[in-house]
Design a protein around this ligand. Structure first.
Ligand code: HEC
Length: 201
């Protein structure tokens, strides 16, 4: 009987200490984190709004996290900065508006924490998502062509149309769907290149 009580107490303590260490203490430590506000009123990081917020949900439901991280490791912990994935390491404050955060663990593709700075062109993202082979021959990234409408007749063109290089069959242009467009807005906004005092190494 005594042993059963001891066992239950042991299980309880194990669960309680994990919840304290993994949930309660980190929440308490990070709740004070505030964005940095510059003199001009610009805020870093800024909350995602409108198209970018919608695009963030597309990023989540398309499973981009299974191949991409959004976290730059500090010097000495990997080649992230040498590879040009960021100019500084990522810190907790970068993620105060990221719920759920998209840190990721798999790097089949490059880290995307700063992709908006590294690749600011919406046209590039459109072509790459539509067919990664166009911009990155040999890429193993899957096509997300269903996020685009294919244009085969000049009458279908709109001002969002992006020209597809020759050799893509009858398709001359692609037009991002609402989800495609919002995903591109989100990607071009991913940028941690503002300075934070705690990220100086
Ligand atoms: C099966 C793995 C896989 C999935 C899923 C995947 N990617 Fe990729 N991604 C890659 C690989 C590999 C590369 C590098 C080659 C290339 O540029 O295509 C890459 C490259 C990229 C790049 C260019 C990075 C750079 O530094 O030039 C972007 C942007 C990107 N992916 C966005 C996305 C988005 C958005 C999604 C979800 C809609 C996604 N990826 C899903 C594997 C993947």
């Amino acid at each position: 009987m005594n042993r059963t009580l001891l066992l239950i107490l042991g299980i309880f303590l194990t669960i309680a200490s994990s919840v304290t260490g993994l949930v309660i203490i980190p929440n308490w430590q990070f709740q004070e984190l505030k964005p940095v506000v510059k003199n001009e009123g610009q805020q870093f990081p800024a909350p995602y709004e409108g198209e970018a917020a919608q695009g963030r949900r597309v990023y989540i439901d398309q499973g981009c996290i299974y191949c991409h991280t959004q976290q730059v490791r500090m010097k000495g912990y990997g080649a992230d900065i040498r590879r040009g994935w960021g100019t500084r390491r990522s810190v907790p404050r970068d993620y105060i508006y990221d719920r759920p955060h998209q840190l990721g663990t798999m790097r089949t593709g490059p880290d995307l924490a700063n992709i908006g700075g590294r690749q600011p062109s919406s046209e590039w993202h459109a072509l790459h998502l539509y067919n990664p082979q166009i911009t990155s021959p040999g890429s193993v990234m899957p096509r997300f062509d269903y996020l685009f409408t294919e244009v085969t007749e000049p009458s279908q063109l709109t001002n969002l149309a992006v020209k597809v290089p020759v050799g893509s069959g009858r398709v001359t242009h692609i037009i991002p769907t609402e989800r495609g467009q919002s995903l591109i807005s989100y990607l071009t906004r991913l940028n941690q290149s503002y300075p934070f005092p705690e990220a100086n190494q």
